[in-house]
Design a protein around this ligand. Sequence first.
Ligand code: KG4
Ligand code: ZN
Length: 334
Amino acid sequence: MYTLGIETSCDETAAAVLRDDKVLSSIVSSQIDIHKKYGGVVPELASREHLKNLIPIIREALASASISLTDINLIAVTYTPGLIGALLVGVSAAKAIAYAQNIPFIGVHHGEGHILAAHIEYPDIGYPYIALLVSGGHTALYHVKGLGSYQMLGQTRDDAAGEAYDKVAKLMGLEYPGGPILDKLAQEGNPMAVPFPRGLREGYDFSFSGLKTAVRNHVALFMDKDKGIAPELKIKDVASSFQAAVVDTLVTKAMLAASQTGVDKIVVAGGVAANSSLRKQLSEEASKRGMMIYLPGMFYCIDNAAMIALAGYLHYKRGERSSLDLNPRPTMPL
Ligand code: KG4
Ligand code: ZN
């Protein structure tokens, strides 16, 4: 069975082809260069770019899987959450193809796609596990009991972890997206140079806005309204200390969730799962406690359509499908 996956929820236009649960092709076209100069994603520009790129990207995914559209048996598409105009492009294309080819169509929650991305490289992972979903739009911990059974243990009360990275990078005068840039700088800095706050210590909820303000206040000490940021600001130390605060919080809460639920497997998902320090510290903590940690390869951490195709395929195999009346939704809990 061949599944075509489509993802257009934010600033990546992506299409992928699976044969059963195996990825044959996964094409991602990033719009980062377009949004960079605005310091964040401009929704209207994102929609227009998806419109321009989606069909060529689908063609490329089919060609690289060496199949044609008529071979496809199922279309899976992200329908929530995301930028409404961006989602609309993917959902409309998916519906049109499903209707024209007379094949089933299934809408996928983007967050579920991120969690299930781990199953691409670890098909035998097995349930239950704890999922730490950390991206530009989400930061949450789930007790995953099975396909479609995601008990949320906690989530961010303000910024998502990736959003905090992007905002902190912006206030330090760095480019969008800030995550990879700060990650790189952090590796050369001192994580103990600035004692930034860790946010909520109790429970499973997260809060990153206090941390962001603390970084802003620290940077302000080195800011001159005419000359900008003074060279005395130790940017690598700030990046490293900020990263230490984020990663400490994420690792502590993920480990707490695993031990309190009696689950010995942790899956990490979303763009921030690409973070080098998060990967390292989670692996170290997990091996100390005899837990398994599942880290998707970088390519499956960031937005892609293979994870969407897989989520759609797994639900379809259980007899589920969506009606062509399904409309995109900007927000929706998992
Ligand atoms: O999952 P994703 O591609 O899109 C959303 O669904 O949000 O995640 C993008 C987010 C951005 O905020 C980006 O700054 C962050 O992931 N990110 C990182 C790293 N790579 C990407 N954050 C920290 N360290 C990284 N290496
Ligand atoms: Zn995402």
